[in-house]
Ligand binder design. Structure first.
Ligand code: CTP
Ligand code: CA
Length: 217
């Protein structure tokens, strides 16, 4: 579908999206990360822009090119992503958290490369702050959408997350359906229940998700 013919369902709306994986450095040459290409988040950013939204895209690690007509912000660690989101959240209408944020980071980041030895190595990790949960608890929170990437008990875990983070909408996503693929199949879960989206290109899934959001706004 030509962008020209996309209905401008999000005209005048400000939409902030996180995408890609964060990277938590262990030493100058190594880090801990999640598997995420960024494709789903970028597809949402592109589709939101095509629907007339004013888009801000905060990206972790991804090999994708910036989105035209969007504010593209790089934030590689979970802490950097947290700061980037919080300093851009004012006056946003919608926040869609698609990024695979590392739940933990090393307690200390070594200044020099750790040399190998024959003994075992233990890394001490400390939890990162939850960007989505903190945005959803702001006094004037935007409409918040989460992605629940699961490997089992998909709908149950996703609904538990939706309630725990106080989200109007969550996208339930089986990791094996999405990771590394051009396509995805997801289930949207809101207070009215589950709305499955058939397997389709990430671009198509992005449009259907944004239509659902536009109707809920
Ligand atoms: N999320 C976030 N900041 C974090 C962790 C997660 O913004 N520090 C967001 C993700 O972008 C996603 C949603 O929260 O939209 C759910 O992430 P997920 O990893 O599936 O859930 P968690 O709450 O981290 O729980 P767990 O990893 O234990 O399943
Ligand atoms: Ca997590």
């Amino acid at each position: 579908v030509n962008a020209h013919f996309t209905p401008k369902l999000l005209a005048g709306k400000r939409v902030l999206i996180t995408a890609g994986a964060t990277l938590e450095m262990i030493d100058p040459v190594r880090g801990i990360t999640n598997l995420s290409s960024g494709k789903m988040g970028y597809a949402i950013a592109q589709a939101a822009s095509d629907m007339g939204a004013d888009v801000t895209l905060v990206s972790g690690i991804t090999a994708l090119n910036p989105i035209a007509n969007a504010a593209n912000i790089k934030a590689e660690s979970a802490q950097a992503m947290y700061e980037a989101v919080m300093s851009n959240i004012m006056n946003q209408d919608v926040f869609i958290a698609v990024a695979a944020v590392a739940d933990y980071r090393p307690v200390t980041q070594q200044h020099e490369k750790i040399k190998k030895s024959t003994s075992s190595l233990t890394l001490e990790l400390t939890p990162n702050k939850d960007i989505l949960a903190d945005v959803a608890s702001l006094p004037n929170a935007p409409f918040c959408v989460g992605f629940a990437a699961e490997t089992e008990n998909l709908l149950e875990y996703a609904e538990t997350k939706r309630k725990a983070k106080k989200l109007p909408l969550i996208v339930a996503n089986l990791a094996k359906e999405a990771l590394g693929s051009e396509e995805n199949s997801v289930t949207l879960i809101d207070k009215n229940g589950a709305h499955p989206i058939q397997r389709a290109s990430k671009t198509e899934v992005a449009k259907l998700l944004l239509q659902h959001i536009a109707h809920m706004l």
